[in-house]
Design a binder for this molecule. Structure first.
Ligand code: NI
Length: 256
């Protein structure tokens, strides 16, 4: 069985599929999924999915891209994360690709999320894009290693992965690892210790080959595992077993 450790099945295109999405997921051998929160406004929809589906967990956070909507305090985030299916704080982090001016509010928001994770004792789901050095610096300064977490949709180099691993973080690979030109990511995916590796779709985005460019869904996460298995020259079952065990070890609030 596979676990999709990060997706956005509350987004319209996927939510519109209703139960069919979960049927397809089950048929593909994907037992659980974590629906990552991206804003406070969308949280009711995320919670509703987690409440209706025993195999769906969720997280509470405001995505670093978002400029509009509520920008909650650490206390408010921690309070919202008391929801029984909320197993993490995030997704949070830094994104200098969408915000090339590298605004201070992004770093301040990220710090608040790390503090929230420490307040509620839940791990972090970290997004980083063109901002690896600052992301790691803030994680270090705020003591993110005390709660740990995951570097989601990892697209950085091995040196960055090593620092994240040393900070008590897991590394999660998305469909990007299946892309032909993603040599750096393939390299990292072959080197991360198996007991610290997660798999995800980040659906509806970043569908793995052979679905690249199409609408992504949790049922496609076995394609991510298959590519990692190929790179590491191990059976795909081993990647499935290890990444699923890792998921439940990291997200202690998630029950099988
Ligand atoms: Ni995401």
């Amino acid at each position: 069985m596979f676990v999709d450790s990060h997706c956005h099945i509350d987004f319209e295109d996927l939510a519109a599929r209703g139960d069919a999405l979960f049927d397809t997921m089950r048929e593909a051998g994907v037992s659980h999924a974590l629906c990552a929160g991206v804003s406070i406004e969308r949280l009711p929809g995320v919670f509703a999915l987690a409440e209706t589906h025993p195999n769906v967990f969720c997280s509470v956070g405001v995505h670093p891209e978002h400029t509009e909507g509520e920008d909650p305090s650490a206390e408010r985030l921690a309070e919202l994360a008391r929801h029984p299916k909320a197993v993490a704080i995030g997704e949070t982090g830094l994104d200098y690709y969408w915000h090339k001016d590298q605004p201070e509010w992004q770093r301040e928001r990220f710090r608040r999320h790390i503090r929230a994770a420490k307040l509620c004792g839940k791990p972090l789901i970290v997004h980083t894009r063109e901002a690896a050095a600052d992301t790691l610096r803030l994680m270090r300064e705020e003591g993110a290693d005390q709660v740990g977490g995951v570097m989601h949709c990892f697209t950085e180099d091995w040196a960055t992965a090593q620092v994240a691993l040393a900070l008590n973080f897991y590394v999660s690979f998305s469909g990007v690892v299946t892309f032909k030109n993603a040599l750096q990511i393939k390299d990292v995916a072959s080197r991360v210790p198996l007991e610290r590796l997660l798999i995800e779709t980040d659906a509806p985005y970043l569908a793995p080959a052979p679905y690249r460019g199409k609408l992504n869904q949790p049922a496609y996460v076995p394609h991510v595992a298959a590519e990692i298995a190929r790179l590491r020259r191990i059976p795909v079952d081993e990647v499935a077993r290890a990444s699923s065990e890792n998921f439940f070890r990291l997200f202690t609030g998630a029950r099988r």
